[in-house]
Design a protein around this ligand. Structure first.
Ligand code: ADP
Ligand code: TYD
Length: 225
């Protein structure tokens, strides 16, 4: 498979070193895999249990990041070639890691982030064909090596995710890509989790919202304890 995501950076999860008592959880998966839905339910469940939770997202999460989100996702911003696209996602991530995630972790928060480095690896590295290793290294540099303590991958069949995302109605610039792009990134998410299983919590997302939530919650409570 040309775009296999088999690159494992040889670094420690520096989130652990810098986090204070905080905990960093990224949510990954294709469009429509249920990330936003599950983050909302998990945030409430953790808050009810007394955790101090920060919900955030990429691209975005900071003032500059939300501006970069508009530039990279909205139609009509001019041509965005793949290298420019990769750098915009990385710039948003740099601001996010330095201005928002690290300070929140230092305050002891549980940070729930809708997409992070794996999205760049899958969409830009595999989908756009820029190379997973280049893209992961770019993000590691941008964030000064901030990796999540765990990444929850919502595994949903490609067709199901596309249908769910399609039912939302609007299509952003990324969602206008062709079927082979989606197939490449779908494989890439799975390959990354398979290559470094200790960094992932893989959940079968092809069930009811409540069933998925129960699994996400119990897995996250386990890693938090
Ligand atoms: P993502 O953030 O991964 O793109 P969303 O959470 O926005 O996904 O979900 C996309 C759509 O699919 C929403 O309309 C949501 O209500 C619906 N959805 C989410 N999870 C499920 C599920 N387990 N079963 C059926 N529909 C779902
Ligand atoms: P968003 O609406 O947040 O995601 P979803 O459709 O899953 O709810 O859209 C973000 C889009 O940007 C999505 O198509 C994935 C893409 N993306 C990248 O291509 N690279 C990245 O590094 C990130 C964070 C997102």
């Amino acid at each position: 498979m040309r775009h296999a995501l088999n690159y494992t950076p040889e670094i420690d999860t520096t989130a652990e070193q810098d986090a204070g008592s905080g905990f960093f959880i990224a949510f990954e998966g294709g469009d429509g895999s249920g990330k936003t839905t599950q983050i909302k339910l998990l945030a409430q469940a953790l808050t009810d249990r007394g955790f101090d939770v920060l919900v955030t997202r990429e691209p975005g999460g900071t003032d500059i990041g939300e501006k970069l989100r508009t530039l990279v996702l909205e139609h009509g911003q001019g041509e965005v070639d793949p290298h420019t696209e990769a750098l915009i996602f990385a710039a948003s991530r740099a601001a996010h890691a330095h201005q928002k995630i690290r300070p929140a972790l230092a305050e002891g928060k549980v940070v729930l982030c809708d997409r992070y480095i794996d999205s760049s690896a899958a969409y830009q590295g595999a989908g756009r064909g820029l190379g997973v290793e280049n893209i992961v290294n770019l993000s590691l540099w941008a964030t000064s090596n901030l990796l999540p303590h765990t990444t929850v991958l919502l595994d949903v069949p490609l067709v199901e995710g596309r249908e769910r995302a399609g039912a939302r109605g609007q299509t952003d610039r990324m969602e206008s890509a062709d079927d082979s792009f989606y197939a490449a990134l779908h494989d890439a998410f799975r390959a990354q989790a398979a290559a470094t299983p200790y960094r992932y919590t893989v959940i079968d997302g092809d069930r009811s919202i409540q069933e998925v939530h129960q699994d996400v919650l119990s897995a996250v409570l386990k890693v938090l304890s």
